[in-house]
Design a binder for this molecule. Structure first.
Ligand code: TYD
Length: 214
C-alpha cells in the first residue's frame, strides 16, 4: 500500500489556486492514486455548516479562530486522517496556515493562542505524542496583493474575507511569508503572477521533486 500524502494549497483570495488543485487531482488519478479532494473551512457536513457561518456572520476574532479550528478538528477526524490511513492522496484547499495568515496576520489575532489551538487540534492518534499533523507539502501561491485584488473584484457578492481591504490582504500575505520562512521544507512557493501554464508547471515540479509523481 502507498503511504498517504497530505498536500495543502494556500494563498490570499484571488491567488488563483483552484484550477491548479483540479489539475493536480487529475494528475494523481492518472498515476493510479486514490485522491481525496477537500477544503477548509469545510470538508464534512458539520464543517461546511461552520463555513457558511464564518464566511457570512459577523463575529469577533476569537470566535472566528475557534470556528476555524473547530471545523478543522472535525475535518481531520472524519476525512483527512481516514484518507491518510488508507494511503490516499489528500489534497486540501487551505489548512492551518490560512488561520495564521488570515486570523493571525489579517485580523492581528494572538499568534500564541493560535499555536495553542494548533497543538490541541492537530494532535492525532496516528502520530506520536508531541507531533502534530501538518501537510507533507504546502503549495503556496504567492501573488502581489494588487493582482489578486483585481481578480477578486470580478467576483460577485464577496464574503466577509473577500470584502476586506488591501491592507488586510497585505497582512495576510505577510502572515503566509512568515509561516513559509518558519518551515521552508514544507512550503513550495509558487510565483502566482506568471502565466497559468508556467504556474501549472511549477506546481507539478513541486510535487515531482518529492517523488510523488513521475
Ligand atoms: P476560499 O478558500 O478562498 O474559497 P472560495 O475560493 O470558494 O472563495 O474561501 C475561504 C475563505 O476563508 C478565504 O477568504 C480564507 C478564509 N479562511 C480563514 O480566514 N481562515 C482559515 O483558517 C481558513 C481555512 C480560511
Amino acid at each position: 500500500m502507498s503511504e498517504g500524502v497530505f498536500i495543502s494549497f494556500e494563498g490570499i483570495d484571488g491567488a488563483g489556486k483552484t484550477s491548479h488543485v483540479e489539475a493536480l487531482v487529475q494528475a494523481f488519478r492518472d498515476a493510479g492514486r486514490q485522491v481525496v479532494q477537500t477544503r477548509e473551512p469545510g470538508g464534512t457536513p458539520l464543517a461546511e455548516r461552520l463555513r457558511e457561518l464564518v464566511l457570512h456572520q459577523p463575529m469577533d476574532a476569537l470566535t472566528e479562530a475557534l470556528v476555524m479550528f473547530a471545523a478543522r478538528r472535525d475535518h481531520l477526524g472524519q476525512v483527512i486522517e481516514p484518507g491518510l490511513a488508507r494511503g490516499d492522496v489528500v489534497l486540501c484547499d487551505r489548512f492551518t496556515d490560512a488561520t495564521f495568515a488570515y486570523q493571525g496576520g489579517g485580523r492581528g489575532f494572538d499568534i500564541a493562542v493560535l499555536e495553542q489551538l494548533e497543538r490541541w487540534v492537530q494532535s492525532v492518534d496516528a502520530l506520536p505524542a508531541g507531533r502534530l499533523r501538518q501537510p507533507h507539502l504546502t503549495v503556496w501561491f504567492d501573488v502581489p496583493v494588487d493582482v489578486a485584488a483585481r481578480r477578486v473584484a470580478a467576483a460577485r457578492s464577496p464574503d466577509r474575507f473577500e470584502a476586506e481591504t488591501r491592507d488586510f490582504f497585505q497582512r495576510v500575505a505577510d502572515g503566509y511569508a512568515r509561516r513559509a520562512a518558519a518551515d521552508p521544507q514544507r512550503f513550495a512557493r509558487i510565483d502566482g503572477a506568471q502565466s497559468r501554464e508556467a504556474v501549472r508547471e511549477q506546481v507539478l515540479q513541486a510535487v515531482r521533486s518529492r517523488g510523488w509523481l513521475a
